[in-house]
Design a protein around this ligand. Structure first.
Ligand SMILES: Nc1ncnc2c1ncn2[C@@H]1O[C@H](COP(=O)(O)OP(=O)(O)O)[C@@H](O)[C@H]1O
Ligand SMILES: [Mg+2]
Length: 256
């Protein structure tokens, strides 16, 4: 059974950066191959990981929904879709990436979604860990493309607004009745500590943060140079913080 870690949080709060560093940590611990799923329409996990994206799942499903594709003779619709979905996996040495992309086109995705779910269910046993970068609205989670999340990491930037957004995400999770076993809140790009006013605001929504990831000039530099965050040195401030977070998540001593 593969262990699923998902990221949620407002845009720009460091989801993709944190997801990349979580994947880096799993790889360094030998917990690989990792299945990375980019479920954010503003997909950029590929850049963080230094992996090339092939066709997105959204593109495959859209073509399928609009009957733009011709099914080769001898294949059923389901088998053909599965084959096309297999083609969306970008493979690299330690991590394979699937990018969901946008839900292009219109109409009901119920049929492709059920195939997608089956596809992911069949894929998961090949990977001890899956890491999923989501959008704030948790659209993919609510569509039920993954059965459950073992640990949801909610990111907030070091601001009062960020803390309030964490509250809304927690409400959304409750409303959608998502199957999330454990969740943690992480304050990203912190000045090295968390301001008391932000802690108070987080406390109001029942979200005592697990940790902070400090603002790290090496992360900024790698981002500017388009370098994979997997290659960050062990002594980078953000890497060190994520290692401590991963110790807690993997030892099951983290959670709200
Ligand atoms: N710990 C950090 N230190 C410095 N910069 C960071 C850190 N975390 C994220 N960033 C930067 O902040 C921006 C937004 O981060 P990103 O991970 O793309 O957020 P999201 O995926 O939530 O939209 C990026 O330019 C990224 O390089
Ligand atoms: Mg992102």
């Amino acid at each position: 059974m593969s262990y699923t870690i998902a990221l949620a949080g407002k845009g720009g709060t460091g989801k993709t950066t944190t997801a990349s560093l979580i994947i880096r940590s799993l790889i360094r611990r030998g917990l690989k191959p990792v299945l990375a799923v980019d479920a954010d329409a503003n997909a950029n996990l590929a850049e963080g990981l230094g992996v090339e994206i092939r066709e997105t799942v959204g593109q495959v499903l859209a073509g399928f929904n609009e009957d733009k594709i011709k099914i080769p003779p001898g294949l059923t619709k389901g088998a053909y879709l599965e084959m096309k979905l297999n083609g969306t996996i970008s493979e690299s040495r330690d991590v394979d990436l699937i990018s969901m992309g946008r839900g292009e086109g219109t109409g009901c995705y119920c049929y492709p979604n059920s195939i997608l779910r089956k596809f992911i269910d069949e894929l998961l046993p090949n990977y001890p860990y899956m890491v999923m970068d989501n959008e704030a609205g948790l659209e993919h989670l609510s569509r039920g493309t993954t059965e459950h999340i073992d640990h949801l990491v909610i990111t907030s930037d070091h601001s009062i607004k960020g803390a309030r957004t964490v509250g809304r995400i927690l409400e959304l999770i409750a409303e959608l009745k998502l199957d999330i076993r454990n969740k943690s809140v992480i304050v990203t790009r912190s000045p090295g500590h968390i301001e008391p006013a932000i802690l108070v605001e987080l406390e109001k929504v029942g979200a005592r943060p697990l940790a902070a990831i400090p603002s790290d000039e090496q992360v900024v530099q790698f981002d500017l140079e388009g370098k994979s965050l997997i290659e960050l040195p062990d002594d980078s401030k953000a890497v060190t913080a994520v290692e401590k977070i991963m110790d807690r998540i993997l030892n099951n001593t983290a959670g709200l």
